[in-house]
Design a binder for this molecule. Structure first.
Ligand SMILES: [Mg+2]
Length: 202
């Protein structure tokens, strides 16, 4: 018998203010003038640099010590505590596995006791292999019988919905604008909206 339904929660720009960190760090270190809404997952395009320089900068940016200091989304905790009464909460992240330890420490510090399991999809791990090049967050969700996903990336929400996982597209940001969301994908602009979305399910 299945226990509580499972909600998988993304970390960056859902639980953690990664975009602000990215923008601040870039502006300080590489003399750019980026704003929060300039951010997207294509770092090379955001920075306007070639592939080698993108790789170099991404390597510098993915310093576990820096990731430990990323600010949490302070609105998340109250909602997560309520959801935990009726759902199992797990983490589904595409962070590099080199950040595994820092990520566990960060979650313990800001969201201790909330998440039962932490999964890394491995999409962005340095060595591209036949396995991780085709592996997506959707595979991870299906493999672990996840019922809901909360994620700020359109591609993960759409992938989830195609696989029968109800997706909450988190936030209304420069990088996740979309006019016509398919069935199974619901935008929640903040954690209050997430709470309302799940209240409606009961
Ligand atoms: Mg994210």
């Amino acid at each position: 018998m299945k226990n509580k339904p499972i909600i998988a929660v993304d970390i960056d720009d859902v639980l953690a203010d990664f975009a602000s960190f990215f923008v601040d760090y870039s502006n300080r270190n590489w003399q750019s003038n980026l704003t929060h809404d300039d951010f997207n997952e294509d770092y090379g395009q955001v920075w306007g640099v070639d592939r080698d320089e993108t790789t170099r900068r991404a390597q510098q940016l993915h310093d576990p010590a820096l990731f430990l200091a990323i600010a949490p989304n302070f609105d998340a905790l109250a909602t997560l505590l309520k959801l935990k009464e009726n759902y199992e909460l797990i983490i589904a992240t595409s962070r590099r596995s080199s950040l595994t330890e820092a990520t566990h420490s960060w979650l313990k510090k800001h969201y201790g006791g909330i998440f039962d399991r932490v999964y890394f999809s491995g999409i962005y791990d340095g060595v591209i292999t036949a396995k991780n090049v085709t592996r997506t967050k959707r595979d991870l969700l299906v493999e672990h019988g996840v019922d809901y996903l909360i994620d700020d990336q359109i591609k993960h929400c759409f992938g989830a919905a195609e696989s029968g996982v109800q997706a909450v597209l988190f936030g209304d940001r420069g990088w996740n604008k979309h006019d016509d969301l398919p069935a199974g994908v619901t935008r929640c602009v903040d954690w209050t909206a997430v709470e309302a979305y799940f209240a409606d399910k009961r």
